[in-house]
Ligand binder design. Structure first.
Ligand SMILES: [Zn+2]
Length: 403
């Protein structure tokens, strides 16, 4: 057990090391094709006080987010999900509301929000959003934090009724400050809806591919409630969402002890207690679970595929971690495919595996496929089979199996 850094929670507790993944490349760094260039240590820790599973350190936010290679609309499954969330919000309101999406990326979610909303997006990346004539929202290139909160209020309005953050509140070591900005900006009767990967279903079950440098926090409901309370906010409802290999959808309002909250909260908190979320020994056993998953992928896939023609399907951030932790650079004849044009022509970061356009690959040339983007496996398997792939298909998570 090695104590590494300090948690930024109220008690400012030292965190405890859970697993050290070693030096890993940045998952969205496509600017360099050098295998071993630009690696940073990736160490998973947990705070004994608030129970937040987090990294021991994170690269400078500017270097990650001012120019960003993840594009929301690049995945059809993600577009479908963002549309469903927008519909859920649309269906809750008949009156005119002011809505702000944090980390709005290319505007895929905002395009699906009803036109009677006053909609704004905020995102530090200038390279992702291309305005369309039909867009009825504004996008501001800023970080969402307390240093910009006054500026955001001036741009968006005094009273923000709804704040949305889909897979953004786990992506910063400044998460506490971001929740504090919600506290400042949210109207007194407003709410925030955020989605975050659920640590219990992902990393705490050994599915380590959600651990990468820009995924600083791995929330449970227990840890989120602790952090929100520090910022005088509270969870009023929670849903399990089947994205990212397991996520939570969290409804947040201003803290008020007399507020009625959903029974879902107690149900999930009980599941977490039974799982051992509050018991530090559970986190200590996790390293064995992670090691076992790595061993499975290496022995079942890598050993079998090493001399074969390998098709790596999808190169999401999580896939870059799997490829590096499991040493996929030892594969001798591997090609990856990904729909994101910004990734094509480069290698999977940290490896020498080239990424190609899925439309330009001869699927009959491959003996074995590995679905690194396994959370979209159903769509991807259908697609490669339709395109002529006829070999074995390995799914690395949750159990590391061929189908
Ligand atoms: Zn803490």
């Amino acid at each position: 057990m090695i104590k590494t850094s300090y948690c930024s929670c109220k008690n400012h507790t030292e965190t405890i090391e859970v697993y050290d993944f070693g030096m890993m490349p940045r998952v969205n760094n496509y600017s360099s094709n050098q295998e071993d260039n630009d690696r940073t240590s990736l160490v998973l820790t947990v705070c004994e006080s608030c129970k937040l599973v987090q990294l021991s350190s994170m690269p400078d936010l500017n270097s990650i987010y001012l120019e960003y290679d993840h594009i929301s609309s690049a995945s059809t499954s993600n577009v479908r999900h963002l549309k469903n969330v927008a519909e859920m919000i649309n269906n809750k309101h008949n009156d005119r509301k002011t809505l702000l999406e944090v980390g709005c990326n290319d505007g895929t979610f905002l395009r699906n929000i009803n036109k009677n909303f006053i909609s704004h997006g905020i995102d530090p990346a200038k390279n992702v959003y291309q305005k369309k004539s039909s867009d009825n929202f504004s996008i501001h290139n800023l970080f969402f934090d307390t240093s910009n909160q006054l500026k955001i209020r001036n741009l968006v309005g005094e009273k923000i009724d709804i704040i949305i953050g889909l897979n953004v509140f786990a992506h910063n070591s400044t998460y506490n400050d971001m929740f504090s900005a919600i506290k400042y900006l949210l109207a007194s009767n407003g709410y925030a809806y955020i989605e975050v990967a659920y640590a219990k279903d992902t990393v705490l079950s050994g599915n380590f591919d959600t651990i990468y440098h820009e995924h600083f926090c791995n929330y449970t409901l227990t840890s989120l409630i602790n952090i929100l309370k520090e910022n005088e906010l509270m969870v009023v409802d929670v849903d399990k969402v089947p994205t990212q290999g397991g996520s939570l959808g969290i409804w947040i309002e201003h803290l008020n002890d007399n507020k009625e909250v959903s029974d879902n909260i107690d149900v999930i908190l009980k599941e977490e207690r039974d799982f051992g979320i509050s018991d530090i020994s559970m986190y200590m056993k996790l390293s064995k679970v992670i090691e076992h998953k790595i061993f499975n992928i290496k022995s079942r896939f890598l050993a079998n595929a090493i001399h074969k023609n390998v098709l790596i399907v999808g190169v999401p951030a999580r896939g870059v971690i799997t490829a590096n932790v499991c040493n996929c650079k030892t594969l001798q004849n591997a090609v990856a495919i990904d729909d994101t044009p910004e990734k094509q022509g480069y290698n999977i970061p940290g490896t020498n595996i080239p990424i190609e356009n899925p439309e330009e690959v001869n699927y009959k040339n491959f003996d074995i496929a590995c679905i690194l983007a396994w959370t979209y496996k159903d769509d991807l398997i259908k697609r490669i089979k339709k395109a002529g792939f006829d070999g074995d298909i390995f799914i690395p998570f949750p159990d590391g199996k061929y189908i």
